[in-house]
Design a binder for this molecule. Sequence first.
Ligand SMILES: [Fe+2]
Length: 240
Amino acid sequence: MTQILLLGDIHANYPALDAIIRYIQPERFDWIVNTGDFTVYSTFPNETIQWFRKRKNTVCIIGNTDRRILRILSGKKLKRPKKKEKQVMYFWTAENLHAKNAAYLKSLPERTDFTTAKVRIGVFHGTRDDPDEELFPWAPEARFRELAKDSPYKIQIMGHSHVPFYKIVDGVHFINTGSVGRMFDGDSRASFAILKISSAGIAVEHFRIPYAVEKVVEELKNHKLPDIYGKMFRTGKKLN
Ligand SMILES: [Fe+2]
């Protein structure tokens, strides 16, 4: 049996990643997938990136927040988010990211695929069409059908919407891991999934586990970062 740990949208929330690591023993997985958005709104981008950098069996891509950090680091202007209060964290991250971790982010693609147990798996931040598309489980069936049409991938793994789901449409398995570090459904617990491929078929299970939210809030305070971030992590709700 091939076992794959599915992570995504960690958003520099290392305490949430650490809780998952302690819960599942990552050594037992053949692959560890990260659908992107390593960075922004928590103060642990280095710890988060280093954890992936140290491992060999990872399949990682960048997300929109990572792309913005790379933009700032290359001297370009930050167009989004527009609100100054939100921008603070992007500049803080760019300033505090160690050179090796920035180089690692820069080396990652926006989408990728790999084959394991004779199954081809696509990994995307948004969807296979658009890295910024937020795909929700309640999207019209027609949208899933379009994404399944002529899909070279039996499995499409996605993040970005922060809403965990698993759907099979026209023979293609669609999995959203949910967000490790920044869920939006009013439940602050970390979300991740485990994918198993065996002779019995493909199986997916989602998990939600608690982590040390207060550690995240405390570190934000220590760095004098806007209060809205801590509130977001505590309530498990989106910044507006
Ligand atoms: Fe995200």
